[in-house]
Design a protein around this ligand. Sequence first.
Ligand code: PLP
Length: 362
Amino acid sequence: MKENRIYNFNAGPAALPFEVLEEIKDSFLNYAGSGMSITEISHRSKWFDDVINDAVTRTERLLNLDDRYRVLFVQGGASLQFSMIPMNLLHEGDTADYVNTGSWSTKAIKEAQIQGKTINVVASSEDDDFSYIPKNIIFNRDAVYAHITSNNTIRGTQWPSFPDTGGVPLIADMSSDILSRPFDIDTFGLIYAGAQKNMGPAGVCMVIIRKDLLEKVPDTLPSMLKYTTYSSKNSMYNTPPCFAIYTVQLVLKWLEENIGGLEKMEEINRQKARLLYNVIDSSDFFTGTAETESRSMMNITFRLPEEDLDKLFVEQANENGFDGLKGHRSVGGCRASIYNATPVEAIEALVDFMKNFEKKNG
Ligand SMILES: *Cc1c(COP(=O)(O)O)cnc(C)c1O
């Protein structure tokens, strides 16, 4: 553990790579020789232009995006995307498919319905407390898009592979697992991710959109709610969240230069998740709450034999330098969020703590 630092298992805002925090610290008062902080420079300056362009280029490289796609930075979090997607892409006479795998999917569905859009919930795991990812889903061939949540931050489930939509553009909320593993972009029409889980600080949401979908955006929408505004102005129609985008740029650089890309990142993430699931699987004291096949590599959800023990576990973990292990308030239990930036060392320390806790209380 680094001096004055603890092991951070928060779900979001979440841990950032230590190397990134150090780089921010070093350049904070004098960014790139400008004599100004990154929080003080103009978004119209060459300095910031380089930041945002580098962030876009690195995203394209890491995700293997070709020129069919545009990378945008939007404020309003992933939650605004729940509204912007149907607003921009789903029109009179159109329908879209949604898969409901938890609270975030439910919210995405609600925001489309609020606008009076026609959508079909083609599959849901609500029948079993959102503990699994539905299989063999039949999508409507005439849907304008099919929406999924790739990783369910609260329930601890994750799509092991992406569904075959039969050519319907897939839209995924990847807020809590973007850049955690490689995937094939071809089936996707749009991907969005709030930065504060796996990519940076709060305040910016990355949107990757296939250019042909931009043609669906109605002129009549307010400028700030149109994807075309962001794509035609390099995400700088108004003042963007400069510091958040700068941090995202550094995280992307860290992924490329320190980790070595997404194949390598996935390998590390699998190793990290395995360490924790091994403890859960080899004990009667800890019980995983997600079905084995649908388990998340990012959010490991589990329970102890009694609610009082969940509480004691979180309390004692806190006293021992582990933060963020309390499950989401809507589901209870415990949750360890182990995004890209969580080092293996933090997980090994948690594993030791869990084993000791079981010995004392099991
Ligand atoms: C956290 C989260 C959201 C909400 O993100 P905001 O940026 O707070 O709007 C949406 N979807 C998923 C999967 C999340 O984990």
